[in-house]
Each structure stands twice: as C-alpha cells, then as structure tokens.
Design a binder for this molecule. Structure first.
Ligand SMILES: Cc1ncc(COP(=O)(O)O)c(C=O)c1O
Length: 328
C-alpha cells in the first residue's frame, strides 16, 4: 500500500492523490445547497422565521450530510494510498448508499457489513449497493454491535493493507471537518440550528463552527438514545457549555417507526413547500421544530435554521405507506 507518510518528499504522489480527489469531485457534479425560507402561514402568529438548509440538493445520491461526512474521509483514504473503503450499516442505510456510489465515482472499491440476513430479492437500497459494485457481508446483530466499537480509520481488526474503515454512519474524525463547512455557507444570522441525530456526528461537526450566539438542537431519531450526549461530547472538543442539546421527544417510538400524525405533517409540509422529506430523520426533526414552536419554546422574533440532511432514497422502504393516511 502506498502511504503518504511513507513518502513525505514525494510530491508527485501528493499531486496524484489530489488529482484523484478532484476528479472524483468533478465526476459527482455537486450542486449548491441554498438556504430557503419556509413560507408557511402557520408560522405567522408565532413570529418565527424558519429556514431550511437544502443539503438534500447537494447531490441526488450523495445527498444531505452524507457528502459533508464523507468528503475529508475520502480525501484521507486517497492520501494514504488506499484503494478500498469498508463500512457498516442497516439494510436501508443512507450512508452505505452514498458510500457505494461515491466509491464508484472516486475509483475506490467498497465493502460493507450489513446488519441482518440476506433477503432475496434485494431491497432497492441493497440492489443499488450491489449494482455500484459494493461487496456485501451480512452480519448478526451481535456482530454488528461489536463493529460499532471500531471508530478510527484503521481500527477494524485484520484490516488489510490498502483498506480504509469508516465507522457506522461515516462518523469518523474527518466527518466533522466536512460538516463544519456547512456553516461557512450560512451568512444569515440565526438563533437556533436544528438537525436530526443518528450517531450525533453531524451535530458534533456543527458545534465546531457554530456562532457563539446560536444554540444547536439535535433531534434523536432513535429511541433510548441517551448515549448521544456523551458521544457528541466525545466527538467534539466544543461540546462544553449549554448552547446545544438533544431532544429525545420526537423519535415516534423508534428508528423505523412512523405514525399518521407524522405522515400527515409531512404531507402538509411537502404540499406547501414542494420539498420532499425523509420520514426517519428530517421529517421527524421538522415535526419536532413545529411542535416546539407551538409550545412557545422559541422566543418571538427568533430565526431558526433547520438542516435537510437528505436520505430521500430511504422513502423506497415502503415506510410511507404504513399508516392509515396511505403515506405522503
Ligand atoms: C438522512 C440522514 N439524516 C441525518 C442523519 C443523522 O446523522 P448523524 O449520524 O451524523 O447524527 C443520518 C444518519 O446518518 C441520515 O441518514
């Protein structure tokens, strides 16, 4: 395996990995992520300004927080001379979906440990992973839990030379650098920044650059996610103080759970704004934001920026059709 550290004076290698990274970025043709004001008459009596940072528009597949979290890890992998990315995720994982596609664009092999058993035919997410050349290994829940322990790029036991490990959700050290860039794109002053949380890595990244006058509110997508507070504190050196919090009230009974109330909220929001939401992260987070506004949690005159973290491919799981409303 070629490693940058082994050849510090080798400028041609560093030029070539930079070129490989630039070529991958070019191939992906990323788009801008505008900040969009939500024009909703419902908000008017509360005198709250709600804006959505449209990271879902960054890319049709590597969308939302996925590119933010992968960007510098991919660059690091290329800098180390690695040729294979390995990660883990569930059968509908947005992270694996983005990673498999990114691998195909950056000329890197991809492998994944998938939680659960191989079910045939493959669901649409797994079919995409397969079609984009990702090698899949299905693991039991206990094996999967064990894999969660490996956090650093080289922490996976028996990692082969040239292989690069990305922990669950792409939540490695390099994720925060990419996520923090999101804040460089926001010039508007704001009071609160709202984001959905799975591993908490996106929230941790936001803390590294948020303005001191603003509060970051994470909305846990998982039930019993008390671990998030300590995980975010571990991931971010800026996690001291009380200008961030995680709200645990809007998981709707668990990660893949939805109900009619959520789906009706999403239906109204999507009809009004023409912005598609994913039901597991941004849909739940925005439901929470609206509910907190109704409860008077935010002061009149405040400006909230919520982040659309993408994940729209997950709508293919059929989850939207689960409830009485027939879905959004
Ligand atoms: C669409 C979407 N939004 C938000 C999140 C939560 O991100 P994090 O795991 O960094 O907290 C995820 C999970 O990775 C996701 O797939």
């Amino acid at each position: 395996m070629k490693r940058l550290a082994d050849s510090p004076a080798n400028s041609s290698f560093s030029d070539s990995f930079e070129a490989a990274f630039a070529a991958g970025v070019k191939a992906c043709n990323f788009q801008a992520s505008p900040l969009q004001r939500i024009e909703d008459p419902w908000l008017e009596p509360y005198q709250i300004e709600l804006w959505l940072k449209r990271d879902d528009l960054l890319h049709p597949i590597i969308s939302g927080n996925k590119w933010r979290k992968l960007k510098y890890a991919l660059r690091h992998a290329l800098a180390l001379g690695c040729d294979t990315l390995i990660s883990m995720g569930g059968a509908y994982s947005n992270h694996l979906h983005a990673l498999a596609f990114a691998g195909s664009q950056f000329n890197l092999n991809t492998q994944a440990f998938v939680r659960g058993e191989l079910v045939s035919p493959l669901n649409p997410t797994l079919q995409d992973l397969h079609d984009w050349g990702m090698q899949l290994e299905f693991v039991s829940r206990s094996e999967y839990r064990q894999l969660r322990l490996y956090q650093d790029w080289n922490a996976l036991p028996k990692l082969q030379a040239g292989h690069y490990w990305l922990p669950e959700g792409g939540a490695g050290t390099y994720a925060q650098q990419g996520v923090a860039e999101l804040l460089d794109e926001i010039t508007l002053k704001f009071d609160s920044l709202c984001v959905a949380c799975g591993t908490g890595a996106t929230l941790a990244g936001l803390l590294t650059k948020k303005p001191s006058s603003a509060k970051v509110i994470g909305f846990a997508a998982l039930k019993n996610a008390g671990f998030l507070n300590s995980d975010v504190a571990r991931m971010s050196a800026n996690a001291e103080g009380n200008d961030w919090e995680i709200n645990h009230a809007y998981h709707f009974g668990g990660f893949a759970e939805v109900n009619d109330e959520l789906l009706m909220f999403m239906h109204r929001f999507e009809t009004l704004t023409s912005i598609a939401l994913d039901p597991l992260y941004t849909g739940k987070m925005l439901f929470g934001v609206y509910d907190l506004i109704a409860q008077g949690y935010f002061k009149k005159g405040q400006r909230i920026i919520a982040i659309h973290t993408g994940g729209l491919q997950g709508r293919r799981s059929g989850i939207l059709a689960q409830c009485g409303s027939g879905g959004v």
